[in-house]
Design a protein around this ligand. Structure first.
Ligand SMILES: [Zn+2]
Ligand SMILES: [Zn+2]
Length: 374
């Protein structure tokens, strides 16, 4: 505990009960503990998981402050923090335990304590929370940050110092959604220049995968997406072809036709078994189908085993783009500065107090990546 730092009051979007709208309330934010960092938020992206959790499809304790794509300025640090200092521009990413076999191998996205570190609503160490109202605790530590608030408590481990020459209010989504899509292409598939890729779903993650593919000079990229505005944006961002699955009788045949027989790799961002059944057949020999979408809890993979045997197909699930945020977020910023990764094209800004409007714009497909600005 850092005794010289006092608690502060913050404006937060609280979810009182699953399924209810966000309500803007004042909360007290504790002083940062030894390895914690208090960040004055500049902006925060809204990711699909925030919407899924608010709806109650993934249970968390309530009342809770969600938000997990925060960007801001370090305001106070705990006594044992060495990685950042007050005044640093930072992006907050997913949390991990630092002390399991995955974390020890530099693969924090597969932390053995991922659920407890990101979804428990309390600190992993002792079940406490940094947020309260009139002495009653409010659940926090969502993705190790709960950044739908003007101040957030994060951990040194999921706080990434960033280049101050880039507009800080754009950077929060690099902490989750954009990292997930771009990382899947750059880290997981390790897509090579000239290779063809099919992307199923043109939301924030799918279009981030497209940006990642362009950044590594992919060959033909095909995006399958029912929403016309998203298809138009995919073409602007460098997709060679887009397919409307609702207007296409045989999506597999169309992809084979457009790619000259099949793609090197494919990515599914939908989690929909019927879509995955098509995606797995689109790849050429030695292709990988990467799965990013959250599936229904009881879903099984729909894939023909003999067809996969003949092609040596790999199917693999990918969390957070296989990224170590401490290295991958600066890598994405460097690509952005070089003009090779225009992720700002996905962003639509909203004032923080219009968070419910941002959520419905996202759910209805009007905003690819809402960013709430404080
Ligand atoms: Zn771990
Ligand atoms: Zn997310």
């Amino acid at each position: 505990m850092n005794s010289t730092v006092q608690p502060v009051s913050a404006t937060a979007a609280v979810v009182r009960k699953a399924g209810e709208p966000f309500t803007i309330e004042q909360v007290d934010v504790a002083a940062p503990r030894d390895f914690e960092v208090r960040v004055r938020m500049t902006a925060v992206g809204m990711c699909h998981s925030d919407i899924v959790v608010r709806a109650g499809h993934l249970p968390v304790p309530t009342p809770i402050v969600l938000g997990h794509e925060g960007s801001g300025i370090v305001e106070a640090i705990g006594a044992k923090v060495s990685r950042v200092k007050p005044g640093d521009h930072v992006v907050l990413s997913f949390n991990s335990c630092a002390d399991c076999p995955s974390c020890n191998q530099g693969k924090p996205a597969y932390c053995y304590n991922f659920m407890a570190s990101n979804f428990a609503g309390v600190r992993l160490s002792d079940g406490s929370t940094a947020l309260s109202q009139k002495g009653h605790s409010v659940h926090a530590n969502f993705f190790g940050q709960s950044s739908f608030a003007s101040y957030a408590i994060a951990h040194e481990r999921n706080t990434v110092s960033v280049d101050t020459s880039v507009p800080l209010e754009l950077l929060g989504p690099l902490g989750c959604g954009i990292q997930t899509g771009a990382g899947a292409v750059i880290n997981s598939l390790a897509l090579k220049a000239g290779e063809a890729l099919a992307i199923f779903g043109g939301g924030a993650v799918g279009l981030s995968a497209l940006l990642g593919a362009r950044a590594v000079e992919a060959g033909t990229v095909i995006v399958v997406e029912p929403n016309a505005e998203r298809r138009a944006l995919a073409l602007e961002l460098g997709a060679a072809h887009v397919i409307d699955p609702r207007a296409t009788a045989d999506v597999l045949a169309k992809i084979k036709e457009l790619s000259g027989g099949g793609v090197n790799h494919a990515l599914d961002t939908t989690g929909n078994p019927a879509v995955i059944a098509v995606a797995v057949e689109t790849t050429l020999a030695n292709g990988t189908l990467g799965l990013l979408g959250v599936p229904p809890p009881d879903a099984m993979l729909p894939a023909n085993m003999l067809s996969m045997l003949i092609r040596g197909t790999v199917i693999r699930y990918i969390t957070e783009g296989d990224a170590d945020p401490q290295t991958f977020i600066p890598q994405m910023i460097a690509l952005y500065k070089a003009g090779k990764f225009p992720f700002d094209r996905l962003i639509r800004k909203f004032p923080f107090d219009r968070i419910n409007e941002a959520a419905s714009a996202s759910e209805q497909g009007f905003a690819i990546k809402p960013v709430l600005v404080f």
